[in-house]
Design a protein around this ligand. Structure first.
Ligand SMILES: *Cc1c(COP(=O)(O)O)cnc(C)c1O
Length: 824
């Protein structure tokens, strides 16, 4: 067919799936791929890979459709390729065209906070009795909205989507894609976003989602929203009917009063729907606001107050986190027990297949939430997905999945009619060395399964936010551009964060290189399924066999080491492929590396030993983070280039040249060369301090309150009676000590712990396993979780207080602290 249409305005496709990320293929023959070009990724690069994987429909951008690519695609006689000015706009148009075929109510949710929670809650509250399609997770972007709306089908009776924007004009594109008929404007934050001139502009831009809605629910207490609705929205939407709510004096259609009670909150309504009263276990303002939006929506939707009351009783806080943690029997657990529909399952399976740490992949799956398909169709799709993702063991739980058991073609399968019988009858010892995905719909209470399968934590956990890590990586990538490679430094247990899990994510992001300090760190990565090239910075002779066996590339830094390596290669070169090496030049650090006097000798040796392949030549700046060393950094660079070019001349081929670490990328972008070595920045600390705002914190160290005591002024706390109380105080003992990495210098008031939002100082000396803090001003109970560092207590601040650097805090976190990895 090969319909390369150069000005093809209309894309006609029968594809069921839209693909924008080449790493997430599930049904290639039924997918259409939109090649999207950002400043860090270019989807066009992956066309040949996708074609080889079976994808046959492609949308590409004029500017990126280069001559070589065009030549390549001309060979694909069975493929359709549409060349468009912008893939994102083409995607939006395709979905907008599809959207117009449906005539069901579509709820559009906009606002600064609460969009995802209101959406998820509405789905929970309305799904008894309604077949609903909704945005998966928080798919609310220029790409996320079309992907969500694409899932609409004839079986659906109601759609609920969210839309988020970060710049002006974005909503104009999302409005026709979603075409909501009912709007909910959750709220507006006071934070000033980079993409907008003012808060007012932010509101008017968000309101553009509602230019065609018949009804808009909003909170009148946000007077700026109220004003803009009258000024901007009404003139362009003459059908608009608003339902506003607010405090009794706000003049809203519905007055709402929230009153705390023993067991929760009572919400009283008066006005539009009469006098009504609802009880909920939620107490915090944000949840009450979100819940009020939901209740008003349901009232307007015709659901009676008693039914609403019954359903809101069952609501739980929304945690859409997908967690990766250590499980029993040397397994890993992926905990995604929030909901279970096909979209959610697909995402979880994609995450599962990214995890190379274990070969064996087990899926514990409940009945999948129905959306109008017959069980045969639904589980047929599920079975195909499991096969595509090479799942080795399926454990199905639920009556429906049991009845479809014959559909599943996996090496091992077991079925249980409910969670209880699984927990009672399953031989848990047999579940070992596996990557286990636990994915179940709410009613199945799969949290009980997670509880049974996970390694018990001792109260202190380091939570690693994988989304933040990706964000930080992308930030640095966008600074250096596509031409420069990235080596991520994952030495010292990935700066304390967990090497194989971090490395698996970096491998997923198709990074170029990983760097470790010692050979055994590299071996451990290989044993956990990491196939990226790995440089080992300090591999001495006894480790050479490991280098060969595990394809690890050594840094060569001295005459003696090069001589050893040459001798080793001459002896063993015939047996195995010899890894390439990386030459380290010492341009001022005076730690490891060849100095200027060695260059002549080095060049000569390399010429004489062509079996030694040099992958890269590099050096390290001693003071990239500080302006006072700028002159020195420049000298280092010059010295490095002189040496590197000389070595390349001797070799007769080009090598990868690199000198920048994280701080260097920020302060010396001109020196980025062929590759950069990214370390601390990946983990959320911007070493120069100049661009800290652009990074997201990655690690949150949490512990729990073991006990609370009420002591009088004059009493002392802890060893050596160091913590003498100046006032009557509530003292909490925490399950963390210096053996966990909470530095002893943080004792006696130097360190602060965040307790339910209040910073509380340490009292007395830090013990090996415990720390005491003054919680007199906090509201806290025994067993509560508290934050040692994270967003509330930045690592940089902690480091400063005890005169050290964030690197030391991060790498000092003890082995017995469990690492939990999660994605939003
Ligand atoms: C650790 C290390 C890096 C990374 O440094 P950051 O300051 O963490 O970015 C780069 N190069 C070498 C040689 C290193 O040892």
């Amino acid at each position: 067919m090969n319909s390369i249409g150069y000005n093809a305005q209309t894309i006609t496709t029968s594809a069921a799936y839209i693909l924008t990320d080449s790493r997430q293929i599930s049904f290639p023959e039924q997918s259409i791929f939109f090649a999207i070009r950002g400043n860090r990724h270019d989807g066009h690069q992956f066309l040949p890979y996708l074609y080889a994987s079976g994808v046959r429909e492609f949308v590409v951008e004029e500017n990126a459709f280069t001559e070589p690519l065009r030549k390549e695609t001309e060979k694909w006689s069975d493929a359709s390729i549409w060349v468009v000015p912008s893939s994102i706009r083409a995607l939006q148009k395709l979905v907008a065209d599809k959207r117009r075929n449906f005539h069901i109510p579509v709820v559009g949710i906009a606002g600064s906070n609460g969009k995802t929670i209101v959406k998820e809650w509405l789905v929970q509250l309305l799904s008894p009795g309604k077949r609903i399609v909704s945005s998966p997770k928080s798919y609310n972007s220029q790409i996320g909205v079309p992907l969500s709306v694409w899932n609409m089908g004839n079986e659906h009776e109601l759609a609920i989507f969210e839309a988020g924007i970060s710049q002006v004009h974005e909503m104009e594109y999302l409005q026709p894609v979603m075409l909501p008929t009912i709007g909910i404007f959750t709220n507006i934050g006071s934070a000033h976003d980079d993409g907008f001139k003012s808060r007012k502009q932010k509101i008017t831009e968000k309101l553009r989602l509602f230019t065609k809605v018949r009804k808009l629910i909003y909170r009148k207490d946000y007077t700026a929203i109220d004003e803009e609705i009258s000024l901007i929205l009404r003139p362009v939407n003459s059908f608009l009917q608003t339902i506003s709510w607010g405090k009794p004096d706000s003049g809203a259609d519905i007055s709402v009063i929230c009153k705390p009670e023993n067991t929760g909150t009572v919400i009283s309504f008066s006005g539009l729907f009469g006098e009504l009263r609802f009880e909920t276990a939620f107490r915090d303002d944000a949840s009450l606001e979100n819940l009020t939006h939901c209740i008003i929506f349901m009232l307007d939707f015709g659901i009676s107050a008693p039914v609403i009351q019954e359903r809101i009783q069952l609501l739980k806080p929304v945690s859409m986190r997908l967690e990766l943690k250590e499980g029993i029997n040397h397994s890993y657990l992926i905990d995604d027990t929030y909901n279970n529909d096909i979209q959610g399952l697909l995402m979880a399976l994609n995450f599962l297949s990214q995890q190379e740490q274990r070969q064996k992949k087990t899926v514990i799956l409940s009945d999948v939430l129905q959306t109008g398909q017959t069980p045969g169709e639904l589980y047929g799709t599920v079975a195909k997905l499991l096969k595509e993702k090479s799942v080795s063991h399926l454990i199905g739980i639920g009556k429906e999945i049991c009845s479809q058991s014959a559909l599943f073609d996996v090496p091992q399968k077991d079925f249980y009619k409910d969670t209880d019988s699984f927990l009672r009858d399953f031989p848990f010892d047999t579940l070992s060395d596996s990557m286990v995905l636990v994915k179940g719909a709410r009613p199945f209470s799969f949290e009980r399964i997670v509880h049974r399968l996970q390694q018990k934590a001792h109260g202190t956990v380091l939570e690693i936010n994988l989304d933040s890590l990706s964000h930080n990586l992308n930030y640095y990538k966008s600074k250096i551009g596509q031409e420069t490679k990235v080596m991520a430094m994952v030495k010292a247990f990935a700066y304390g964060s967990g090497s194989s899990e971090v490395a698996a994510l970096l491998q997923y992001h198709r990074l170029d290189y990983l760097g470790v300090a010692y050979a055994d760190e590299g071996v451990s990565l290989r044993q956990n399924g990491i196939t990226l090239p790995i440089m080992v910075m300090n591999a001495t002779m006894p480790a050479f066999d490991l280098l060969l066996q595990y394809k690890l590339e050594p840094e060569i830094y001295s005459r003696r080491m090069l001589a050893d390596w040459i001798a080793y290669v001459n002896k063993n070169g015939a047996q195995a492929e010899i890894p390439a090496v990386h030459l380290k030049l010492d341009t001022g650090m005076h730690r490891l590396g060849f100095v200027k006097d060695d260059y002549e000798w080095l060049s000569e040796q390399l010429k004489q030993n062509p079996a030694i392949k040099v992958a890269s030549v590099f050096s390290h700046l001693v003071g990239a983070d500080e302006g006072v060393h700028n002159e020195f950094s420049r000298k280092q660079f010059e010295l490095f280039m002189e040496g590197a070019l000389r070595i390349e001349a001797a070799l007769g081929y080009k090598t990868i040249k690199h000198i920048l670490n994280s701080a260097g990328i920020v302060r010396f972008p001109d020196y980025k060369l062929d590759m950069v070595r990214l370390g601390i920045g990946l983990y959320g600390v911007e070493a120069t301090g100049q661009e800290q705002h652009a990074l997201l914190p990655v690690g949150t160290l949490k512990t729990i309150v073991s006990q609370i005591k009420y002591l009088s002024a004059g009493e002392t706390v802890g060893y050596s009676r160091k913590g003498e109380l100046k006032h009557d105080a509530a003292i909490a003992t925490l399950a963390i000590g210096y053996a966990d990495g909470y530095d002893r210098r943080l004792g006696n008031g130097v360190g602060h712990i965040c307790v339910n939002g209040t910073l509380c100082p340490t009292v007395g000396n830090i013990c090996m396993d415990m720390t005491m803090i003054d919680v007199t001003n906090a509201s806290v109970d025994e067993g509560d979780e508290v934050i040692v560092f994270g967003k509330e207590v930045p690592i940089t601040e902690l480091a400063k207080r005890i005169g050290t650097i964030p690197y030391e805090i991060l790498t000092g976190i003890g082995d017995r602290v469990k690492r939990v990895f999660y994605k939003e």
